[in-house]
Design a protein around this ligand. Structure first.
Ligand code: PLP
Length: 449
């Protein structure tokens, strides 16, 4: 259906008709089976949404736009940074040129991240930063005269993005990429880490990791994992002790360690970076999502001087990667503003991010307690500003989404998981609404199936 250009602005029906005809949405068929909700604006922790019956409403965002909008929407400090940078330049190429927003951002990322990460490669998206991290590790091993070390080890239940190399280290069965066996590089998979952030480390699992590392050491370039929280692969939490085990095994076998902190970075799990729970540092670390407070797409792969020098003294002494929009100044300026807001309590109503995340953790724990043990509910878990209800069956997406929306909350469940990771400034009353929306979604899903 063509849009009547005399209409100003086009009607919601016309827009949704065009969306259905032309726009491919995440993890969906073309055309989509379920019409998306039309968002017309967002402010604070609320999205302005048009419902299918034409009614307009405001929904509390329980998802922070997939972990990204940690400060909520239209934050005055981030808006101001965007406007100020637009008045200077929106973009300039990064080959042979540089600029202050990128330089400051790299310096601050190094300052905030665990020692000894020192060098920053800015990339366009989380998946691309994982590609870069993997390329760094493979090239490091080649540069040191160890070309046979080109496989990766990870544990099951992970998610690292949708481009091909990241897909090869996503969970091979439960994940969204099981279709691609035979196409992707074959990596080495350990079993899922035993569940529970506070659980005592399981000696058998540690032995399993040690055994796999020993058997595959000669062909492994790196281990890649999401530290502490496995996100889109299943919203599972594990003990930081396993990260220390991986660090020791990597050192023992000349294997590099990559932490994918794209979801966990910038406070979400209760530590600025989840690696801090374990008191260790990886050789390469990926960040993205909340880096720009959810305003623009930007990610980074940070590495140590050992990795950077290994590559730069190698046979091909450059890292052959240079996206067109690398270090986009607008995104970098907003990222700097987002880090200001995160780290300066004066810009967040006198409250530190640690206090906000601890408050959200308490609120999610209290608000979700009542569904623990209910028929149909397998588990309820909370860590930092992440709350999860896991059902004993697939979520009925239509019933669950509808129930959450009727409760004034935006959620996006997947598989058997109804979960929320709200923006940090979400007030207690709104957090209660989010918990209510999650519970309503769980109940609707259970009674629909
Ligand atoms: N790694 C992790 C841990 C993620 O959660 C995601 C996205 O959900 C990615 C990588 C991919 O990031 P992007 O969607 O920005 O490509």
């Amino acid at each position: 259906m063509p849009v009547d250009r005399s209409e100003n602005p086009p009607s919601a029906e016309a827009l949704l008709g065009l969306d259905r005809a032309h726009v491919w949405h995440p993890y969906g068929p073309m055309p989509g089976r379920v019409a998306p909700l039309l968002v017309t604006g967002a402010e604070g922790v609320r999205l302005d949404v048009r419902l299918p019956d034409g009614e307009r409403t405001r929904l509390i965002d329980g998802m922070s736009s997939w972990w990204a909008a940690i400060h909520g929407y239209r934050h005055p400090v981030l808006d101001e940074a965007a406007h100020a940078q637009l008045d200077r330049m929106a973009h300039v190429m990064f080959g042979g040129l540089t600029h202050e927003p990128a330089i400051r951002l790299a310096e601050r990322l190094v300052e905030l991240s665990p020692e000894p990460l020192r060098h920053v490669f800015l990339a366009d998206s989380g998946s691309v930063s994982v590609e870069v991290a993997i390329k760094m590790c493979l090239q490091y091993q080649r540069s040191l005269g160890r070309p046979a070390k080109r496989r990766l080890l990870t544990w099951r239940g992970g998610y690292h993005g949708d481009t091909f190399h990241p897909m090869s280290v996503c969970d091979p069965e439960g994940g969204m990429h099981s279709l691609w066996g035979g196409v992707l590089p074959e990596q080495v998979f350990a079993e899922e880490p035993p569940a529970g952030f506070d659980a005592e480390p399981d000696a058998q699992y540690v032995a399993h990791l040690a055994d796999l590392m020993e058997r595959h050491a000669s062909e492994l370039a790196a281990v890649i994992v999401e530290p502490v929280v496995q996100g889109a692969g299943g919203m599972r939490f594990h003990s930081p002790a396993y990260l220390r085990t991986l660090r020791e095994l990597c050192d023992e076998h000349d294997v590099l360690l990559i932490f994918d902190e794209i979801a966990t970075g910038f406070g979400r799990s209760g530590a600025l970076f989840a690696a801090e729970h374990a008191g260790i540092s990886p050789d390469v670390m990926c960040v993205g999502k909340a880096l720009t407070g959810g305003y623009l797409t930007l990610a980074a792969a940070l590495c140590t001087t050992r990795v950077a020098e290994g590559i730069s003294n190698g046979e091909v002494p450059v890292l052959a990667h240079g996206p067109t929009f690398m270090a986009n100044p607008l995104a970098a300026a907003i990222a700097n503003a987002s880090l200001d807001v995160l780290t300066n309590p004066r810009l967040r109503g006198g409250v530190s991010w640690q206090q906000d995340v601890a408050r959200l953790e308490r609120g999610l724990s209290a608000g979700l307690a009542e569904v623990r043990g209910l028929p149909g509910v397998r588990d309820v878990r909370v860590l930092g500003a992440i709350g999860v209800i896991q059902l004993d069956r697939e979520v009925d997406m239509a019933a669950a989404t509808d129930a959450a929306v009727r409760n004034g909350v935006w959620l996006r469940p997947f598989r058997d998981l109804i979960y929320a990771m709200p923006p940090y400034p979400t007030e207690d009353g709104d957090l209660k609404e989010i918990c209510g929306g999650m519970i309503a979604a769980a109940e609707a899903s259970i009674s629909a199936s």
